[in-house]
Design a protein around this ligand. Structure first.
Ligand SMILES: Cc1ncc(COP(=O)(O)O)c(C=O)c1O
Length: 420
């Protein structure tokens, strides 16, 4: 069994040997309809390395107990592992303090927490909240609801035809009325890496806090929340090689401290009577009830695993995959890539003349290929490109050039079949 402290540097840290990395991911050996799995739906959820799976098994076999409340050995051990995960994630995200790391169910819950708690306490009629045109629904709807409740207005940063954020238009939206900016760091549908440092700097000139939806950034980019200077940062564990049902809300202490609780119940209180309740300090004020203990531990293990491989190694390798995949996919007859930003993670969305994305995805499955089809929870973005759905290839560092080549052969085969 592997515990976080036992994970040593990956043997191929320097050379980035994808073959040995793939051996860490048992699911990649799966055969689908007798064909080797080609898993290209990493933006929806990533696969998990053996180190994470083993850590979860170890937790259930040797450490399982409820945390914070028990005075016995197992409970203390589980509490230590849970809080140790917080310490590890604080370090790996470079947050200034452990109080700034809140365990949540995922990005969706993190954004809802901020929109609900910060929004309810701070927004009033006529205020403005800014999002971009390429947001996931998770970063639109919570803001829409709180704006409706408070009489505030949702403003939208436009994008160009490559799928890049229009920074000048963004800056012209900022004013004394703007109270919050909430933008996606990296688009899940088209892969655009947004110039978030500039977004943050411009907002801070007006003292406006900024939330980054880091769901698609965390699996691909180095995350240093102090260097970014974001005020909030959310991501989901399951997209970052960790368990499902766990995620992180990072928030600067000055904001989190001033925000009222989001959910309430056990473990987040200091004192309860029928007349009055007082709340614990951060981070516990925002962690009501029994948390996803093993999820937090597994997420820290996943982050440690990725760090050991080396973020810069991963980035360099993924950029090669992206260049190769873009060139090969673009060459398919009748195919149009949706989203051609200069800075991208390896996500390629496309449509094919005369072939519905759903049909392509369904037939690709019979070839052992898993891709996502649909609007990717970004309907406003699809509208921008005049499509209702795309096929999306989203790669991770365990994918290979060979898989891309085999995928393109399979894609050409299914398109031919659909059109015949
Ligand atoms: C950019 C982005 N934001 C938010 C979410 C929501 O994540 P979750 O469903 O894990 O809460 C996703 C999921 O696809 C995403 O890609």
């Amino acid at each position: 069994m592997t515990s976080p402290s036992q994970i040593s540097a990956h043997p191929d840290t320097k050379s980035f040997d994808v073959r040995s990395i793939r051996e860490d991911f048992p699911i990649l050996q799966t055969k689908i309809y007798g064909k080797p799995l080609i898993y290209f739906d990493n933006a929806a959820t990533s696969q998990k390395p053996r180190q994470v799976i083993d850590r979860l098994v170890q937790y259930y076999e040797h450490e399982n107990a409820n945390i914070h409340r028990g005075v016995y050995y197992l409970s203390e051990r589980a509490s230590e592992a849970y809080e140790g995960a917080r310490d590890s994630l604080q370090k790996l995200l470079n947050a200034a303090g452990r109080n700034e790391i809140i365990f949540v169910r995922g990005a969706t819950e993190g954004i809802n927490l901020v929109a609900s708690s910060w929004g309810r306490a701070n927004l009033k009629a006529g205020d403005e909240v800014i999002v971009s045109h390429m947001e996931h629904h998770a970063n639109i709807v919570p803001w829409q609801l709180i704006c409706e409740e408070k009489g505030a207005i949702l403003k939208v940063i436009p994008i160009n035809d490559k799928g890049e954020m229009n920074l000048e238009a963004y800056k012209s939206l900022l004013s004394e009325k703007t109270k919050f900016v909430s933008v996606v760091y990296v688009s899940n549908s088209i892969g655009t890496i947004n110039p978030v440092k500039e977004v943050i700097e411009a907002a801070h000139a007006y003292n406006i806090p900024v939330l980054l939806d880091g769901c698609q950034a965390a699996p691909h980019l180095e995350i240093d929340v102090q260097d970014l200077d974001c005020d909030f940062f959310v991501f989901s564990g399951h997209k970052t090689f960790g368990p499902t049902g766990i995620g992180i809300l990072y928030g600067k202490e000055k904001y989190l401290d001033a925000m009222p609780p989001y959910q309430s119940g056990g473990d987040m209180i200091k004192q309860v009577s029928f007349w009055r309740t007082t709340f614990k300090e951060l981070p516990y004020k925002f962690e009501a009830g029994t948390p996803h203990i093993e999820g937090a531990i597994g997420l820290a293990t996943a982050f440690e695993y990725v760090t050991n491989i080396g973020r810069s190694n991963i980035h360099a390798y993924e950029q090669k995959l992206l260049a190769h995949a873009t060139q090969k996919i673009a060459a398919v007859d009748g195919l149009r890539i949706i989203g051609t930003a200069k800075n991208k993670i390896p996500v390629i969305s496309f449509v094919v003349e005369g072939a519905h994305p759903l049909d392509i995805g369904t037939l690709l499955d019979f070839e052992g290929v898993a891709v996502r089809t649909g609007n990717h929870c970004t309907q406003p973005l699809m509208d921008c490109f005049g499509v209702s759905a795309t096929c999306r290839v989203s790669l991770a560092f365990y994918n290979t050039v060979k898989e891309i080549d085999e995928f393109v052969i399979a894609l050409e085969k299914v398109i031919k079949k659909i059109k015949s």
